[in-house]
Design a protein around this ligand. Structure first.
Ligand SMILES: C[S@@+](CC[C@H](N)C(=O)[O-])C[C@H]1O[C@@H](n2cnc3c(N)ncnc32)[C@H](O)[C@@H]1O
Length: 264
């Protein structure tokens, strides 16, 4: 990833302003009010709910959300499943904004936000029940190291829950995409190659679902309201990204997978 690609100043006020403009009471926000603005992945909160159901998250579970961004998924897992979530993300402004939103929703006792690199997870070995990662590995070339790190963070019998864009059967990818202006910072592999990396890192696949159709966004950016995370974060840069994204899906250049894996 180009250093600072995701960094944005004034994000908290941009989010609150956009939600207020859409008629939300920003002094009494719920998880669902905030969801359009703090889930930054294909399919939004519905995709997070789907993956959470697939993973079977239970109250009290210790969850590590790698690349957790603004924390929408983490707050959802805490508020709706009773999980305790540690969010690690490399983008400082996302971490700051995420912590402020978590405090605003009264979830600071259950969700913690830390700056950190997914390839250098600074957590004790075997300290989590579940590693969660949603649309966060696309800029990371060294997938082998990434998934070895996830396995290290999990207790034996722990679970990996992932949603990830992967390379489709038709290549190349058309740019720009949400996470990269060009191919120099985008590292997608095919589902078969990703599965092999995960298995080599010590995981066994329990569920492997192609969710490309159900997580697809609209074909043009006009349909994305101003209070949605992609619009708030990407601004005018969103329009060519949405056009390219539509082609990437329609032409099978990018697929989206949700998977649950057990750590052996
Ligand atoms: C598309 S956003 C997804 C955010 C969040 N998972 C969600 O679904 O709302 C991608 C996130 O991955 C983070 N990221 C990318 N590379 C990372 C790395 N090496 N270590 C930690 N976070 C990373 C970015 O900072 C960004 O927050």
């Amino acid at each position: 990833m180009t250093a600072g690609y995701w960094e944005r100043e004034g994000l908290e006020s941009a989010i609150l302003g956009a939600l207020a403009g859409a008629g939300r009471d920003v002094d009494a926000l719920t998880i669902d009010d905030l969801a359009p603005a703090d889930h930054f992945h294909g399919g939004g909160k519905a995709a997070t709910d789907r993956l959470a159901r697939l993973a079977g998250i239970r109250p009290g579970m210790r969850v590590l959300d790698v690349g957790g961004g603004l924390g929408g998924p983490a707050r959802t897992l805490a508020a709706t499943c009773g999980a305790h979530v540690t969010v690690v993300d490399v983008t400082e402004s996302f971490v700051r904004t995420g912590a402020a939103l978590t405090a605003r929703l009264g979830l600071a006792d259950r969700v913690e936000h830390r700056v950190g690199d997914a390839l250098e997870l600074d957590v004790p070995a075997a300290s989590f029940d579940l590693v969660w990662t949603q649309n966060s590995g696309m800029n990371i070339a060294d997938k082998e190291r990434l998934y070895r790190g996830f396995a290290r963070a999990l207790r034996p019998g722990g679970v990996l829950a992932t949603q990830e864009p992967m390379a489709g059967p038709v290549q190349p990818v058309i740019f720009p995409v949400m996470w990269a202006r060009d191919a120099s910072s985008s590292f997608l592999r095919t589902p078969a190659a990703m599965r092999a990396v995960m298995e080599a890192a010590g995981f066994r696949v329990r569920a492997w679902d192609d969710v490309t159709a159900e997580t697809a966004g609209p074909g043009t950016a006009d349909a994305i309201p101003p209070y949605f995370a992609p619009r708030i974060i990407m601004g005018d840069a969103l329009d060519p990204i949405v056009r390219a994204g539509h082609r990437n899906r329609e032409e099978a250049r990018i697929v989206s997978i949700q998977a649950i894996l057990d750590r052996l």
